[in-house]
Write a protein that binds this ligand. Structure first.
Ligand code: ATP
Length: 612
């Protein structure tokens, strides 16, 4: 193993008394089993030796050319950094709380895959080189508590940066606009630093903090140029007013167009139903049927079709079964309305029967169907609006500057909640979900995962339903119709992989590939490579991640009858970390805007009820 000798010489210099790395010994020539070392393809890829009192230089490590993760936090390494330019595979570099001295290690700026760089709490001096801009994938840049001097370069290329700190140095000059959205604490304790978010620089015109975002897009430079050339603050305010007015106008126009569109499409169906409804439904004793053909299922939500048509509507997105809208009624009720594509069911009766079954499902992890509408050219489904978005958005849309990636505990809670919801559907009337994916796992007002869009695949048939979105079980993928409990389990396994890897199964490049990719990496015995880099920041979760990965792999085995049942999957996830699927008020930045909060919202771990 070419990494054996470099590691032995590293040990000789960093632990001369053989106190901390005694398990590394020359009789075992396979370093991959040593403490703190992991390998990929028999090369060292992961070296984590934290809090060990190791000393000396890290020079021998520069021969570990396959190293991806190097963490030597809280040791006593000293001297200047050696050149790290050989470590081209490096993704995470954590060298904080040591005694490194000398200049900022400029060679790290040539590492093309670096995501996290933490060299804080050392004795580094000199300037931050402008070449940090080469690190275009950087999420973390922590340089705090060193002796760095000079100006902070403009980091316009670091558009993903979310964790940035240069506090407690000797930096000076104006904070570049590209960084002015980070909080003051990221820059504090630098005597000569000025500008937003710190105090105004001498001679600087008034800044506009409201426009400051952690990393402003490059086209802000027009505004910046005006500022640095001393244009009057009035111009900034004018620009602001124009932007706001423009936004309001566009918003009003879009709302108006949507309203007209919605109205026009429903007018015909409504007219048809209206004429019938007076005869058929007038004074109807049947529970839940409005005179206009809206059929209400269990629950408190009640309104006329007319009110729904008047509601302001915002498109949430288009799916295989139709288009979803958020509708806000005059009385403030918020609902999600799905306009279905043409359905190929036998007719109204069959559709109604189907909706009655789906409408009876009440569980704190299932989005309740509240009402439906059926006319010749129009089919609508009304359900509770889930204000905290979908798991998909939380995993993939909630990134970038100023946003917090989904933490591990919340991921597990949402996975467990979704599993319980699906298990409940399976146990009710022998239904299948048929379309499990992360856009169909929504988050309710108290942070519970709720599955939506269940049971619709059976009323759609034919090629419109042939989906290849990366979640479909191999046995169900040909025409999208052969949905069973076991194909749901497969899709859920893919969803777990998405939660673990942060990769989107429906992204074109990875379609149908996520389970295969995960398996191939695990086969290479480098399971850690699978996990989402965002999860690297959490400590002591590796065991849980591996356990969840094993559940995901069991769910996605090729033979349907070898997959676990959904209720078993739910139980296994809950057992993982002793979680009880309860509202996680602190885990998400929750919003509460819907007066139509489900009356059956979870108040604890269970709360299931299939009302009859
Ligand atoms: N009740 C709801 N509350 C909040 N957002 C919703 C609700 N229902 C759907 N959405 C969101 O609206 C968007 C479109 O949903 P829709 O179900 O139409 O399509 P999809 O989930 O992308 O695909 P599919 O039709 O295969 O389920 C998705 O982002 C989804 O998360």
């Amino acid at each position: 193993n070419p990494d054996f000798h470099p590691l032995m010489s590293f040990k000789a210099s960093s632990d001369p008394s053989n106190k901390f790395l005694s398990q590394w010994n020359s009789t075992s020539s396979n370093p991959c089993t040593w403490h703190g070392v992991s390998c990929l393809h028999h090369r060292v890829s992961h070296l984590v030796l934290e809090d060990l009192n190791l000393t000396g230089s890290i020079l021998p490590l520069t021969s570990l050319t396959q190293l991806r993760i190097l963490s030597l936090k809280r040791n006593r390494f000293d001297g200047p950094f050696p050149s790290l330019s050989n470590l081209t595979a490096l993704k995470l570099l954590f060298l904080s709380h040591n005694k490194f001295s000398g200049e900022f290690p400029a060679t790290v700026t040539s590492l093309p895959h670096l995501y996290r760089l933490d060299i804080s709490h050392n004795n580094l001096s000199g300037q931050i080189p402008a070449t940090v801009n080469h690190l275009t994938h950087l999420l973390t840049l922590r340089l705090d508590s060193n002796n760095l001097r000079g100006r902070i370069p403009n980091m316009i290329n670091l558009s993903h940066l979310q964790d940035f700190n240069v506090s407690s140095n000797q930096l000076s000059g104006q904070i570049p606009d590209s960084l002015s959205g980070f909080p003051g604490s990221a820059f504090s304790n630098n005597l000569f630093l000025c500008g937003v978010p710190l105090r105004k620089c001498k001679g600087q015109t008034k800044a506009i903090p409201a426009l400051a975002s952690p990393l402003k897009p490059r086209n802000d430079t027009v505004l910046n140029k005006r500022k640095t050339h001393g244009a009057a603050p009035k111009i900034g305010v004018m620009v602001l007013v124009i932007i706001v007015l423009g936004d309001v106008l566009v918003l009003a126009l879009v709302s108006f167009l949507l309203y007209c569109y919605f109205w026009r499409l429903l007018k015909e169906g409504k007219a048809e139903t209206h004429s019938k409804s007076n005869a058929v439904y007038k004074g109807c004793a049947e529970r839940g049927v409005n005179s206009d053909g809206m059929v209400f299922l269990e629950g408190v939500m009640r309104f006329e079709l007319e009110e729904l048509l008047r509601a302001s509507a915002e498109m949430l997105g288009k799916g295989v079964f139709g288009t979803a809208y958020k509708a806000v009624l005059d009385d403030g009720t918020v609902a999600a309305v799905k306009r279905l594509k043409e359905v190929s069911v036998g007719g109204k009766r069959e559709f109604q029967q189907r909706m009655e079954v789906l409408g009876r499902l009440r569980h704190c992890n299932v989005v309740p169907l509240r009402a439906y509408y059926f006319a010749k050219d129009e089919k609508l489904l009304v359900s509770d609006y889930m204000p905290n978005g979908s798991l998909s958005w939380l995993l993939h849309g909630n990134r970038g500057p100023g946003r917090t990636p989904l933490d591990w505990t919340t991921r597990v809670k949402l996975a467990a909640g979704a599993a319980r919801g699906i298990a409940f559907i399976h146990n009710s009337d022998k239904l299948t979900h048929g379309n499990i994916k992360s856009t169909n796992v929504l988050v309710d007002v108290v942070g519970n995962a709720c599955v939506s869009d269940f049971g619709l695949s059976s009323i759609f048939a034919g090629p419109t339903c042939a989906r290849s979105n990366g979640y479909l079980a191999p046995e169900a993928s040909l025409d999208g119709r052969k949905q069973t409990h076991m194909s749901d389990v497969y899709s859920f396994g893919v969803l777990l992989m998405e939660i673990l890897t942060g990769k989107c199964p429906s992204a074109a490049a990875e379609a149908l590939e996520l389970p295969r990719w995960v398996r191939s990496v695990v086969r290479e015995e480098w399971t850690a490579e699978v996990f989402d880099l965002e999860l690297m920041r959490y400590k002591d979760i590796e065991e849980e991640m591996v356990a969840l990965l094993q559940i995901a792999m069991a769910c996605t085995v090729a033979a349907p009858d070898q997959r676990p049942r959904m209720s078993h999957v739910a139980k296994m996830i809950e057992d993982l970390s002793g979680i009880h699927v309860s509202p996680s008020h602190d885990a998400l930045d929750l919003v509460s805007e819907s007066p139509s909060v489900p009356e059956d919202a979870c108040t604890g771990g269970g709360g299931a009820s299939a009302s009859q």
